[in-house]
Design a binder for this molecule. Structure first.
Ligand SMILES: [Zn+2]
Ligand SMILES: [Zn+2]
Length: 401
């Protein structure tokens, strides 16, 4: 009984409200105090039945677009700051991660051309490793059901949105034993032997905090079964502890040589590193900044190095075009650059301040045995000295041909 009475009461009230706000030419329109909107603009609408008059029709003032994971799907979202209209578009080719587990799943499922967006937060070490799409090279390696795989990582971008911290990004390319300290899905195989072929990997806008002895972007491995053709590290920060024994670096990739790997006589992978760019990074208090060997075409530009304990840049067997430009090196306690070279080096617009090194040279470059490299220095400042002064003083030493 009570319910029915209430319903009647509401019906009467509704009727009163309707008649009170209906279009009435004598008193004008009565506008809602909440916005009405479509996908382009918002306005106040007359509440009069069937009237539809609008006032204050204004385009939306949309916030910046951000990626978001909503019910397991990736979207690109923004909203109107005035009326609250939400724009949500499916983010094609983008996988949004919100924590270590979703980021790791995105890396394991990444396909050619994918972008993985890490939303604001703190992530543990992320691994690039053998996945379900990896090519099975050999299923009974050395007997006992050991498996060899090759994974190709092509045109993959990993980008932080907002303030994103990741311990390290690590390639697991080598042989792993189950129960070891690694994460290569090795529980399903007695032993897992993985090659990884990177073709255009970009890592952007991430703050790294590598553990002791580890590297922020660690594409090296003990087995060296990695090839890199196209790597961009951009807008990243890495902060170390200032301990020369920490082993912390922004990037490290080394082999003793350009190595051709075969399995049962079939070519699997040639390990090399080409076309690497490090730019707009803040590199602080590490053991070393970058340690790379057998590299062809390397650009290190617009970075700030601070308080590096070992060498800021240790680049050996460098070939092709090596460009080191517009970086600052502050408070280094070893050489800024140690290099041996067979290609063409250009150092331009770098500034060295507060150098504390004990070596006689800030920069020491030698030719790879038998090679005739070229070195061009332009517009660098070495503790206030010009390139010519630094060369005369012997603080910058390089071969001339
Ligand atoms: Zn009206
Ligand atoms: Zn709006």
């Amino acid at each position: 009984m009570k319910k029915i009475k209430l319903l009647v009461l509401f019906a009467l009230l509704a009727a009163c409200v309707c008649s009170a706000v209906a279009c009435d030419f004598t008193i004008g329109h009565t506008y809602d105090d909440e916005y009405t909107y479509d996908e382009y603009e918002h306005w106040y609408e007359c509440t009069g039945e069937g009237c539809g008059a609008k006032k204050s029709v204004t385009p939306h003032k949309m916030t910046d677009e951000v990626y978001a994971l909503i019910e397991g799907e990736s979207y690109l979202c923004s909203e109107c700051e005035v009326c609250g209209y939400e724009k949500k578009l499916p983010a094609d080719g983008v996988t949004v991660a919100v924590d270590t587990a979703t980021a790791q799943a995105a890396l394991d499922n990444a396909e050619e051309g994918d972008t993985i967006v890490l939303t604001e937060g703190v992530y543990a070490t992320l691994y690039i490793r053998k996945n379900d799409d990896s090519e099975l090279i050999e299923s009974d390696w050395a007997g006992g059901g050991n498996h060899t795989y090759k994974r190709t990582v092509k045109n993959l971008t990993i980008i932080g949105q907002g303030n994103v911290t990741v311990t390290s990004i690590v390639a697991e390319a080598q042989t792993y034993v189950p129960g070891g300290n690694f994460n290569s899905l090795s529980t399903t195989n007695p032993r897992l032997n993985t090659y990884i072929d990177f073709q255009n990997l970009a890592i952007e806008n991430i703050n790294f905090t590598p553990d002791a002895g580890r590297v922020a972007v660690e594409l090296a491995s003990a087995g060296q079964k990695v090839s890199i053709d196209g790597l961009l590290i951009k807008g990243c920060t890495v902060n170390g502890t200032g301990d020369i024994n920490s082993g912390n670096r922004l990037f490290q990739s080394e082999i003793q040589n350009t190595a051709d790997y075969t399995e049962k006589g079939n070519a699997v992978l040639t390990a090399y590193r080409r076309n690497i760019t490090v730019t707009e990074c803040e590199i602080n208090n590490l053991h070393q900044g970058l340690k790379i060997n057998y590299v062809e075409n390397l650009t290190v530009t617009d970075n700030n190095f601070s308080g590096i304990k070992g060498r800021d840049l240790l680049i050996t067997n460098a070939d092709g075009d090596i460009i080191i430009s517009d970086n600052t090196f502050d408070g280094s306690t070893e050489r800024v650059l140690r290099m041996n070279l067979k290609g063409n080096l250009t150092m331009r617009g770098n500034v060295v301040t507060n150098w504390n090194g004990t070596d006689p040279e800030m920069v020491k470059i030698e030719a790879v045995s038998g090679a005739t490299p070229t070195v061009v220095l332009e517009d660098n400042t070495w503790m206030g000295k010009t390139d010519a002064e630094a060369k005369t003083l012997g603080t910058v030493v390089y071969p001339t041909v």
